[in-house]
Unconditional design. Sequence first.
Length: 116
Amino acid sequence: MNTDKILAESIAKEYAPKDNSKIIALKKLDNKAKLPSTIFTYTFGILSSLVVGTGMCLSMQVIGSSIMSTVFGIIIGIMGIVGCGINYPLYKKMLEKGKAKYAYEIVELAREISEK
């Protein structure tokens, strides 16, 4: 077996023009429908958990050392817990909107693919 020939063919494949098939277009549309809700969910979840952690640090007087910081920390922690709690329902609602926005195009493209 000539390994040089195999290596040359694999490198040539990388630089050859890609075939934009309908399956690839369908995957791109599906990703376009789901990606914004996923990015928002991760970002909002991380920020909410950071808020919970900040509230915990304040309430346990790791950051502050007064009664007001404890009360303030409890309030901030509750806000972070609420943010973590509403993250999944927000994700579901945003995902439904994204799917509804691209539903027609995805269904039409899927029909074209299945009829082939």
